[in-house]
Design a protein. Structure first.
Length: 326
């Protein structure tokens, strides 16, 4: 019975890995073909930066946004300080950003964004763009997101690169993770009619999507939760590979562990909340992003099962080795 359970779990985890491996290979299809045509500047963006004690980095981000190759009158930069006890607001304002003071209690980035969307709902805005405070942005970012809007895409994720890939093995590992995600998940999904995943920063949402569906995230991972909500509403997330955000990766194991723990717990929360809806919607509509998100939320369970299977295999081989000499 133990062997039967072992092989069943092994086959299931193998199938899980093969699904992402095989679909990821589509990233090589039309590898040099641009996903978007270029268009003239047209759309008005509101750039949102939720910030908590970010005085050391917020100025660099605002400066990179001011230098965008995009008309100044077609975008506004908003920094939303929340739960700060440093000079984030002062530094951001000096750098050239508009300040939106968070007047309600907030515990997460998702709550800050929801507050800000409500605050700006009557503004003449075409789309929101969200960044983390420690980012630096490529000068063509807004121009490429304008291209995505001009071609009818309502939600889009840019290319997430790293500011510090060579600092140590932790930042290097993070960088490799995002490079793999960009190519083998997001770009590959564009070739098979799927959807990229929103991964926390450097993404765009058309205002009409927020106005119609809201931004009602409740988990620790508001980015993947909103991706699931988009899938349930049959909204694809387009991957804009030339809209590049340079993100600062952690250098200390403790910070990395804390972040990974939050991601895992957030995925578990999302699985509990959305797995039935995602699976039911996929069986009815065959909309691939629903299936992708269903499997994505299963990742923590698959990781634990894989570790257990590895331990069991080691234990069985060790016991067989002992029997050989008894």
């Amino acid at each position: 019975m133990i062997q039967i359970i072992y092989y069943i779990l092994f086959i299931l985890t193998l199938a899980y890995g093969l699904y992402f491996a095989i679909t990821g290979l589509f990233g090589f299809k039309n590898i040099n073909k641009k996903l978007l045509k270029q268009h003239k500047p047209k759309h008005h963006f509101a750039i949102l930066i939720a910030s908590r004690n970010e005085e050391n980095v917020i100025g660099n981000l605002v400066s990179s946004l001011i230098k965008q190759n995009y008309p100044d009158d077609l975008y506004d930069i908003y920094v939303i300080p929340n739960n700060c006890d440093d000079d984030t607001e002062k530094v951001a304002k000096k750098a050239g950003a508009n300040i939106i003071k968070c007047t309600v209690p907030t515990k997460s980035k998702g709550e800050v964004l929801k507050f800000t969307f409500d605050k700006l709902k009557n503004k003449d805005i075409d789309a929101y763009v969200i960044f983390d405070a420690d980012n630096v942005v490529h000068p063509d970012f807004l121009a490429r997101m304008n291209d995505a809007l001009c071609e009818g895409h309502k939600v889009a994720q840019g290319y997430r690169d790293s500011k510090n890939p060579g600092d140590n093995w932790i930042s290097g590992s993070y960088s490799i993770f995002y490079w793999i995600q960009n190519f083998f998940f997001s770009k590959a999904r564009m070739q098979i009619g799927g959807s990229a995943g929103i991964n926390g920063t450097g993404f765009m949402i058309k205002k009409e999507i927020i106005d119609e569906y809201g931004f009602n995230t409740v988990t620790l991972t508001e980015d993947v939760e909103f991706t699931a909500q988009c899938a349930l509403n049959h909204i694809g997330v387009f991957f804009v590979e030339d809209a590049i955000t340079y993100d600062e990766q952690p250098l200390e194991f403790k910070a990395s562990w804390k972040q990974r723990k939050r991601w895992s717990l957030g995925n578990l929360q999302c699985f509990k909340t959305y797995y039935k809806k995602l699976f039911r919607t996929y069986t009815k509509t065959r909309f691939l992003p629903c299936f992708d998100m269903f499997l994505t939320f299963m990742a923590p369970y698959v990781q634990v099962i894989s570790c257990v299977l590895t331990f069991v295999l080691f234990l069985i081989n060790f016991m067989n080795y002992i029997k050989t000499f008894v």
